[in-house]
Structure formats: C-alpha cells, structure tokens
Design a protein around this ligand. Structure first.
Ligand code: AMP
Ligand code: MG
Length: 351
C-alpha cells in the first residue's frame, strides 16, 4: 500500500483532502491526522475490523483500548451510557481540548475498540483539521497515537510517515502539533474521578471544576508495581533506542553527576546526548545537546520532548541524560512520559 501524504494546514483546510480522508475511514481504511496533542492514527471506531487494523499497524497489544474522537459534545451520548453530570461540566470547560473521559460504553461501540472493556474513552480534539476530518469520517474516529507501539508519539508528520508508511492509506500533515504530550485521561466511572494519565489539563484545573479528583496511584510512583487502570500505561512507552537516565537532586550535584556520566560513556566509546534548558546548554560536552527552551517554560519542554527522543534515535545516541523536572502543572505529564521513556531509570545525585 502506498501512503498518500497530504499537506493540510489548519489555517487553509484542504476540503477535498478531508473528504477523501473521510471516505477512506468510512470504507474501512486508516488515516493519520493532526490533533493539538500528538498525531492520531484514525479508523472507524464503530467497526471491529477497523480497530483490528489499527492494532496491527501499530503493533499494539489488543488489550490496550483506543480513544474515540468525536466532533460534537452531544455525540458523546451515542457511544456512552449513564453519563454522569460531571462529564458535561468537564466538556463545557475543557472541550474541545486535551482531555479524555472514560465513560460506560454503549452497545454500539465494539469491544475491539475498547480492548475488551465495558468502558469507552472519549475526546473532542481542539484542532480544525481533526474536527473536519472526524465529521467527514462519520463522527466517531478511534485513534491512538500514530507511532509504532513503544516508540515516542509523533509530533511531526515526518515521524508518522517513518512509522506508518505503507500501513495506512493517508497522512494529513498539519505541521507541528501544539501541545506535544497526549491528552489527560480522567475516569468518570468511579465515585471520585481518577486521573489515569496526566496531560495538559492538570489535576488542579480538574479539581477547580469538579472538587475532589484523585490520581491513579501507579502513575508517578517509580516503586509501585500494581497494574494501572489505563491498560496502556503499563507498557514501556515513548522509548528511544538508546538508554535514557533521569537524574534528580540539587541542580549543582545533578550537573556534576551528568558530566561525570558523560565522561565515562565517552571513554567507553559510547555516543552521548543530554536534554537541557537554554540556561544549562553551556554546561555539557556531549555528542548531542538538545535544548528544550527556557528552564521555566514547561510547555516548551512538553512540545519538544518526543521530537528530541526521535532525533536522538536518528543520531544513534546510545546514552542520554536529563535533569528531573518539577512535577507541578504540565510538569507532571512531562515527568510521567520521561519516566516511561527511561524505563523508570532514575538516579539521585548526591552532593
Ligand atoms: P493513546 O491513544 O496511544 O494515547 O493511548 C490511549 C490510552 O488511553 C491508553 O493508555 C489506554 O490504555 C487508555 N484508555 C483508552 N480507553 C480506556 C478505557 N476504557 N479505560 C481505561 N483506559 C483507557
Ligand atoms: Mg500512544
């Protein structure tokens, strides 16, 4: 199969391309498309066959459910039942946007889409191309991130093409995505809503609207070995081909430790990389130094993280280091993804 790569910026939507993309989905094919978080790999959410094709294209375990993307709030009622009032409150505040809600599924949603669960994940993305495409596709597009399972989620079309060329019919290229980490997932089927995956919509933002909101205990604790409730969160994820290590502690001790590790690696003939803020760029001598932006600008870190991990792969970097980020606001999502990318390898620098 030849994958058709079509440039489709949100400022000047190519209506013909969107119609074609919608037609592909309605006839059972797959289309990758931009959202505000990362690129999605879309198929018809109401077709068991299309969902099977998504799992096959990604090489994703079929117990890892897909998020159903909609383009109108009221469409939530067609795929979910017993919807709590909180879902409408959240939709009012955060949709369209980077928030996924877990609800009880309606009969119409096949188990293939939900990885065998009785619940369904629903999101209304804040991206003109995504919305126009979902509408043309029939309103319900199942879409995980458009990467091969385990690799960093794609934030640029070229990375989708790298992973999906020949496996999907079409790629809608909307340029670089805005947020860069996947949506926040909140489970509304429990008495107290639970965050299953942190994202751009933070716990504080959700608490302001809903009151009490808890975090899945397995989410950030490195030592916790319980199975997380979002099945996908248990897999090694977002991982570069080399070895990423997170270093925590006092900033001076962290930079000393990273310098020492870089020196050892290069003595051993290994290619090294570091991820740093603009302020720390001058500190390190590595084969590849990747700058995320200003130290305080966590949104820039979120936006660049997956791209940097892919660039390290392109440069065949073997050992990578990064200082731990503060876990407030979007920092929580960034650290969650980094811990997974590092296979939970985190060391403390002592003074
Ligand atoms: P991705 O689409 O690649 O961003 O991954 C979707 C994430 O949503 C995975 O971590 C899934 O396990 C999670 N997810 C999707 N549906 C459900 C559900 N019904 N219950 C819990 N987690 C879900
Ligand atoms: Mg993913």
């Amino acid at each position: 199969m030849q994958t058709k790569w079509v440039i489709c910026p949100k400022e000047t939507i190519d209506k013909e391309a969107i119609c074609q993309a919608g037609e592909i989905i309605r006839s059972g094919g797959l289309v990758a498309f931009p959202t505000e978080t990362v690129y999605g790999l879309g198929g018809d959410a109401l077709s068991p066959d299309s969902s099977r094709k998504i799992y096959a294209a990604k090489g994703r375990p079929s117990d890892n459910p897909l998020i159903v993307h909609i383009c109108r709030v009221e469409d939530m009622k067609k795929i979910a039942v017993d919807i709590p009032r909180q879902a409408y409150v959240l939709a009012e505040h955060f949709w369209p946007g980077p928030l996924t809600m877990i609800l009880k599924k309606a009969e119409i949603v096949p188990k293939e889409t939900t990885g065998g669960l009785d619940t369904v994940a629903v999101r209304l993305p804040d991206h003109e191309v995504a919305q126009a495409f979902i509408e043309q596709a029939g309103g319900f597009v199942a879409a995980p991130s458009a990467n091969v399972s385990g690799r960093p989620s794609p934030t640029l079309a070229k990375y989708v093409y790298e992973d999906m060329n020949g496996k999907i019919e079409m790629l809608l290229d909307g340029g670089q995505v805005g947020i860069g980490v996947e949506s926040t997932i909140i489970d509304l089927t429990e008495d107290i809503p639970v965050i299953l995956r942190p994202g751009h919509v933070t716990q504080e933002m959700l608490q302001q609207v809903l009151g009490e909101v808890c975090l899945d205990p397995t989410m950030l604790d490195v030592t916790n070995t319980e199975a997380p409730k979002a099945p996908g969160m248990k897999y090694r994820h977002y991982a570069p081909q080399g070895e990423l290590t997170i270093v925590t502690g006092d900033p001076a001790a962290v930079s000393d430790k990273i310098k020492q590790l870089l020196l050892e690696d290069s003595k051993n003939g290994r290619k090294t990389g570091v991820i740093v803020s603009r302020q720390d760029e001058h500190l390190y001598d590595a084969d590849s130094v990747k700058v995320t932006g200003d130290r305080e600008d966590m949104a820039a870190v979120a936006r660049s993280l997956f791209r940097i991990l892919r660039e390290f792969d392109e440069e065949q970097i073997e050992c990578m280091y990064v200082q731990a980020f503060p876990q407030d606001g979007i920092g929580q999502a960034v650290m969650n993804r980094m811990l997974k990318a590092a296979g939970h390898k985190i060391i403390e620098a002592k003074e």
